[in-house]
Each structure stands twice: as structure tokens, then as C-alpha cells.
Design a protein around this ligand. Structure first.
Ligand code: SF4
Ligand code: SF4
Length: 496
């Protein structure tokens, strides 16, 4: 067992209101500068929809992430041979049109326009060329129209959905959408790190944050093509790759990341996870259908004396262990199995997780009233407006099992609380539902507390940061050189 620790996040999608405050907070702090205008390290997408950059989930087009070939993990986007041919033109690299051409308005015209009969207007001008532009797309272009046929029809997660299920998403009277906030997943097997010929990307030993060393970056842009989530960006002015840094300067001073701190819906939970780094490759090689469970098995129980001893032996600080025991992320991901990794079939082993939305469900009704005595408590999950299959494509590598489990548990908790408060569900029915959802009353109360009544301190649990450890754990240039390349790496800069 090789115990490492990671700061990780859970997004509770049922709570996201799509206000984009997180995106704006991140923009103001990190990317409001030349060359970074088009970057949204945090963006919020409307699902079903095409996202930002457009159709980022289409790996036929973008060739991001890993594939298993001859029992080995290989980067889809590049290899030692391919990079020579792709050096000046990588056909799978997103272009500015796939993001959008950032613009501002010529506000001065409102003041400087000569007197005339018409009211002056501020026209959009490109932030790259300074020329007038016709706005055709933007980072949230499908905002709130995600469920409409224009955008929903092109969502790659619709694969495998029947005509009826597609209709379910887009018929006007049942139209539905939900929001998907996205930042870098600070993966355990990051394809961005493995693809960099200069060894400029690395995963910090102390907390697992994936960063770009700006001094080493040589603008190869291999990381941009290799990241299947399209969460590395190229700064056209500085000539360097840039990405979400999980606000590590804020974390090191005990403050929450800007996106987290500003989140209006309080959908975000941040905490420590301990994991077994010696099994990452074994897990990444699993079949799609086994990936979610296998990924979860990498996460170690911080209460287990064996894990604690191994963590101490690996030099993990007592403060980190203490935080891991209180981690809200551990509860959602491992203990309750309610939070799932996005597109784990890309095999980068993302370390950010999502609680799937229990979108409007249609209860079984008797004479117009909710049928609380139905024997099939969970039938309406299949009739949910967002088909389970769609969520499974997004959060279950195409397998419905794990998504279904998470949705059943959420529903059972709601009914349990209804039995406690409204009293129109019998205690017996609620208990039976909990049992069928693999949940105890104590766990239901804990889920309810952390979902609905949580304080900032419940949602944000990080260890005291030690800057000196961060500096020590940075690689030497020689180590970085040896980790550059295209093979599987542990994600901490060492090839295995
Ligand atoms: S591969 Fe993972 S760690 Fe790397 S940029 Fe993409 S999401 Fe982040
Ligand atoms: S601030 Fe929170 S609620 Fe608002 S869009 Fe972002 S994640 Fe969702």
C-alpha cells in the first residue's frame, strides 16, 4: 500500500442553480488578463448540451484521455512517434472557434460618438484582434437551452438512448435540464502530465493538485490535446499552458477556492481523500463496467488502523489524517457511494465527483395523490425526466448500476425525512425504502444534514497547510526530465 493524500471536491448537482457566480469569481481572480480572455477554468454547462469547448466529450474528435491497447495504457492523442508529425499541427487540438472568440464592447463610443439623430451603441469587438466581431457563440451559449433540440440533440451522452428517451428530454411540456459546473479534476492518472514532452506538468505530492510549471512549459500544447475534459488552456499572449490551480495560494492560507467560496447554491464540498497510489494502473486498466467501483476501491478508509499506519510511514501529516477522517468528500464518495466521477472511461481517474441530480420525477399517483404505499418505490427513477441512461453515460461509464444506486438513496432519504416531518408517509414505508436503498436511518439523517443543513465548516475541511512540504515535494529538474514522456505515470512525476 502506497498511501497518498489528495484534496478533492464533490458537486451536489441537485443544488446547483446555474448562477455562474463560481465562474465569474474564478475569472476575476485568475483569468482576467491578456491571453486568458477566453479561458474559464471554472465553467458551468447546461445539460443536455454541447458544453465548452463545444462537444468536449466527443473523444472521437478530440482524442483525449487514455486507451487500453495490448493490456497497456496509451495516450490517445500522442506518442513519441506521433508528436514529431503533430508538432506544428495537431488535427485534434481545439481551435479558438471551439471555445469562442472573446469579446468586449467599444464603450468609449457611447461617450465619444459625434452628435447625431441616433442613440450611439457599443458594438462587440474581439479581445484578440481588436476588430468588430459578429458574436456567434460563447462559453455558456446553450445556457438554459440545454434541453432544447438545438443543443440537446448534439450531446454525446445521448448515445444509447431510445427515441422515446430522447423525446423525453426535449418535448416542450417535459423539457428539462440541469447544470454541470466543471473545473480541472486533478486526476490521479492525468493524461495532461503524461503527455508533456518538457515535464512541465506535475501533480503535487502534498495535496494532489495538478499544476503547470510556467518556466518549463515550451508551448507544445500536448496537454491541451491530451486532457479529455479540455481543462488545460493555451495563453496565446504568454505562450504558455495554463489551468485551474484549485486556488492553492488560498488553500495554503486556509481559505476556500474562489469558486467554492462564492458558490451560491452551496453545492460544493471540499475535503481530503487518502488513496492507494500503488493500484492506480491496475484500476485504470479495468473494463468500463468495473471502473467506477474500482476507482472507489482506491480510496482508503482513514479510520482503518492499517491505513493510518501506512499513511504515517509514508510521511503523511497527522493534520491531514485528522482532516481525512472528517472529510465530507469521503462520506459522499466512499461511505455513501452517492458521488460519482465524471467520464471515468477516459481513464484519467478524476478526483472530483458529482452527486447525480434527482431531476423532476413522476410519482405513482392514485386518484391524483402521491401513492406512498406503492410496492415499487423506485419505479419513478426510470421515468425521471433526465433518463438514467443519460446520467450513466456522464457519470457511470455507460453503466446504470452506480447512478441508480445514488438516485435510489437520495429518494429514500427524501421520503424518510417526509415521514419525520410531514407525517404523510408511514414510518414503516420509509424504513422499507431505506432498506431497499441500502441506507440506515442514521445514515439517512447524516446525508440529510450534510446535504441540507450543512455549515461552511461542514463543507470545507482541509488540513493545516505546510508550505515547506510543498517546496520539498517539488521535483528536481532531473526527476522531471525522467518523468516526461508518454507512458503511464503515477501522476506524481515518477514513471512506473
Ligand atoms: S487530465 Fe485531469 S488533471 Fe489534467 S487538466 Fe485534464 S482534468 Fe485536469
Ligand atoms: S456558484 Fe454554485 S450554484 Fe452557482 S453555478 Fe456555480 S456551482 Fe452552481
Amino acid at each position: 500500500m502506497n498511501v497518498r493524500s489528495q484534496i478533492s471536491m464533490v458537486f451536489h448537482l441537485d443544488k446547483c442553480i446555474g448562477c455562474h457566480t463560481c465562474s465569474v469569481a474564478c475569472k476575476n481572480v485568475w483569468t482576467d488578463r491578456k491571453g486568458a480572455e477566453y479561458m474559464w477554468w471554472n465553467n458551468v454547462e447546461t445539460k443536455p448540451g454541447t458544453g465548452y469547448p463545444t462537444l468536449w466529450e466527443d473523444q472521437e474528435e478530440y482524442q483525449g484521455g487514455w486507451e487500453v491497447s495490448d493490456g497497456k495504457l496509451r495516450l490517445k492523442s500522442t506518442s513519441k512517434k506521433k508528436i514529431v508529425f503533430n508538432i506544428f499541427h495537431n488535427p485534434h487540438m481545439p481551435s479558438i472557434d471551439d471555445y469562442y472568440e472573446p469579446w468586449t464592447y467599444n464603450y468609449e463610443h457611447l461617450f465619444d460618438a459625434p452628435a447625431g439623430d441616433d442613440q450611439p451603441v457599443a458594438r462587440p469587438i474581439s479581445q484578440i484582434t481588436g476588430e468588430l466581431v459578429q458574436i456567434e457563440s460563447g462559453p455558456n451559449w446553450d445556457d438554459d437551452l440545454g434541453g432544447s433540440p438545438v443543443y440537446a440533440a448534439n450531446d454525446p451522452n445521448l448515445e444509447g438512448l431510445s427515441e422515446e428517451q430522447r423525446e423525453q428530454l426535449s418535448s416542450v411540456e417535459r423539457l428539462v435540464y440541469f447544470y454541470l459546473p466543471r473545473i480541472c479534476n486533478h486526476c490521479l492518472n492525468p493524461s495532461c502530465v503524461a503527455s508533456c514532452p518538457s515535464g512541465a506538468l506535475y501533480k503535487r505530492g502534498q495535496d494532489g493538485i495538478v499544476l503547470v510549471d510556467q518556466n518549463r512549459c515550451r508551448a507544445w500544447r500536448s496537454c491541451i490535446a491530451a486532457c479529455p475534459y479540455k481543462k488545460v488552456y493555451y495563453n496565446w499572449f504568454a505562450g504558455k499552458a495554463e489551468k485551474c490551480i484549485l486556488c492553492y495560494p488560498r488553500l495554503e492560507t486556509g481559505q476556500a477556492p474562489a469558486c467554492f467560496h462564492s458558490c451560491v447554491g452551496r453545492i460544493r464540498y471540499l475535503g481530503v481523500l487518502l488513496y492507494d497510489a500503488s493500484r492506480i494502473e491496475e484500476v485504470a486498466l479495468k473494463k468500463d463496467s468495473e471502473l467506477v467501483e474500482a476507482h472507489r476501491s482506491l480510496i482508503l478508509d482513514p479510520h482503518d488502523p492499517e491505513v493510518i499506519a501506512a499513511a504515517r510511514a509514508a510521511g503523511i501529516d497527522e493534520g491531514v489524517l485528522e482532516s481525512a477522517r472528517k472529510s465530507p468528500v469521503f462520506k459522499f464518495v466512499k461511505e455513501w457511494k452517492m458521488a460519482l466521477p465524471p467520464h471515468i472511461e477516459y481513464r484519467t481517474m478524476p478526483m472530483l465527483f458529482y452527486v447525480p441530480p434527482l431531476s423532476p420525477v413522476i410519482s405513482s399517483r392514485v386518484n391524483g395523490l402521491v401513492d406512498f404505499d406503492s410496492t415499487d418505490f423506485f419505479h419513478d427513477i426510470d421515468e425521471s425526466r433526465v433518463p438514467v441512461r443519460f446520467l450513466a453515460n456522464l457519470l457511470g461509464a455507460g453503466e446504470e448500476r452506480e447512478v441508480r444506486y445514488a438516485l435510489r438513496k437520495q429518494k429514500a432519504v427524501r421520503w424518510w425525512r417526509r415521514a419525520q416531518t410531514a407525517g404523510d408517509v408511514s414510518q414503516e414505508t420509509a424504513l422499507r425504502m431505506l432498506e431497499e436503498a441500502d441506507c440506515t436511518p442514521e445514515q439517512a439523517e447524516a446525508i440529510y444534514q450534510l446535504t441540507s443543513l450543512c455549515t461552511f465548516e461542514d463543507r470545507f475541511v482541509i488540513p493545516p497547510m505546510h508550505r515547506e512540504q510543498v517546496i520539498e515535494q517539488r521535483q528536481s529538474p532531473r526527476q522531471a526530465q525522467s518523468s516526461a514522456g508518454f507512458g503511464f505515470t503515477t501522476g506524481t512525476g515518477r514513471s512506473i
